[in-house]
Design a protein around this ligand. Structure first.
Ligand code: M6R
Length: 366
């Protein structure tokens, strides 16, 4: 049932090209320039009246939501807040009829996420659910559902659910941009074309796992690791860090690279593994300076950058190049080496990869 893989997690990591393709299927017009989201039943007027968007979720789904904030704000120019569901539900949240609430949940059964959904609806908000499980509680109670077609995810560590949640979020953002006319048709088409090209790029990264295996072998005995990034890379850093701590039990922290000087730099000592994400062109130079800062403290840096950005080789110890894509879509590719890194670190440490201690696949109680 593991399809020849040692663990479900690895199988699910390798299923991502298929899962991404299935999640996109039927959601791009035949003319290739429009998003088709018939599952969103909002009227044009309702879409026009949205004043705020709140995304709420737990764990990895929350990290997908963080990507959503950057993407939706950029494409739709509506303010977006992202809130952890267990915080949102008890915070007496500011929600009204002009707020669109997006809940993200692989299982659709997470207690806090479901409670957040109910709270939002009680306050009159319309709720869009992004979920992987047909007829799950979240799906049944939301106003609109965008299903991800990841297929069953068995491993506790979420991988293909995250990348397909990102696809759903991109589609929702592009759909809102299309309906509210906040993006030129040509730009929407450009991103849709890139979205379709993603699965083969993800496959390319999966086929190039050797440097990650080597890094994992070299650094698996460390007890601390840091993930740095700016903008969308920061959101992905948080996900990479969660993955590593969850399955390898290495203490990992993600930092917005600009925050280094405000505290974290005190923890950077000789040989500490730092995973620096530098895929965002507009922030590239800033990331290069941050890498220099940690290198000056003798950290061991593995950087993730887009092909062509070879300047990073001069500052990092090792570079994983990801195929070029539109910067806004980079998270789907950038997270792949981080998933593999967490996986191989955990395997080298002899951890129970698919069933990490103390954790359950679906958190149906508080
Ligand atoms: O089923 P959900 O998406 O609602 O689950 C949310 C989190 O419990 C989940 O993403 C968790 O953080 C994963 N174990 C992370 O790999």
């Amino acid at each position: 049932e593991k399809g020849g893989y040692d663990h479900f997690m690895l199988k699910e990591i390798y299923e991502q090209p298929r899962a991404l393709r299935d999640t996109l299927k039927g959601r791009i017009s035949h003319t290739r320039d429009k998003v088709v989201l018939d599952e969103i039943k909002m009227t044009a007027k309702e879409i026009k009246n949205i004043k705020r968007i709140v995304i709420t979720a737990c764990g990895t789904a929350y990290h997908a939501g963080l990507v959503g904030k950057y993407v939706i704000e950029q494409m739709v120019r509506i303010p977006v807040e992202v809130d952890i569901a267990s915080e949102f539900r008890y915070r007496d949240p500011l929600i009204d009829k002009e707020t669109l609430v997006v809940v993200v949940s692989q299982s659709g059964e997470t207690a806090d996420t479901l409670a957040a959904l109910r709270e939002a609806r009680r306050r009159g908000a319309r709720v869009v659910a992004i979920t992987n499980v047909i007829a799950s509680s979240v799906a049944r109670e939301a106003d609109d559902i965008i299903y991800t077609w990841a297929g069953p995810e068995i491993s506790v560590a979420s991988t293909k659910a995250y990348t397909t949640q990102l696809v759903a979020i991109y589609l929702l953002a592009l759909f809102l941009a299309q309906e509210r006319k906040t993006m030129a048709a040509g730009n929407i088409k450009e991103i849709l074309d890139e979205l379709k090209a993603l699965y083969s790029k993800v496959q390319e990264v999966l086929d190039n796992d050797q440097p990650i295996k080597e890094f994992a072998e070299k650094y698996c005995r460390h007890e601390d690791a840091f993930f740095l990034g700016r903008g969308l890379d920061y959101a992905v850093a948080l996900e990479g860090s969660l993955k590593l701590k969850e399955i390898s039990y290495i203490h990992a922290e993600a930092y917005a690279a600009g925050e280094l000087k405000h505290g974290t730099l005190a923890l950077i000592v000789e040989n500490i593994p730092v995973i620096a994400l530098a895929t965002q062109q507009s922030l590239f130079e800033k990331m290069v300076s941050n890498i220099k800062e940690v290198k000056a403290r003798d950290a061991s840096v593995i950087a993730v950058a887009m092909q062509g950005h070879t300047e990073v080789e001069k500052v990092a110890d090792q570079v994983i190049y990801i195929p070029k894509t539109h910067p806004v879509l980079a998270p789907i590719i950038t997270v792949i080496p981080l998933q593999l890194l967490a996986y191989y670190m955990a395997v080298n440490r002899g951890c129970d990869v698919d069933k990490p201690r103390n954790l359950a696949k679906s958190v149906t109680v508080e």
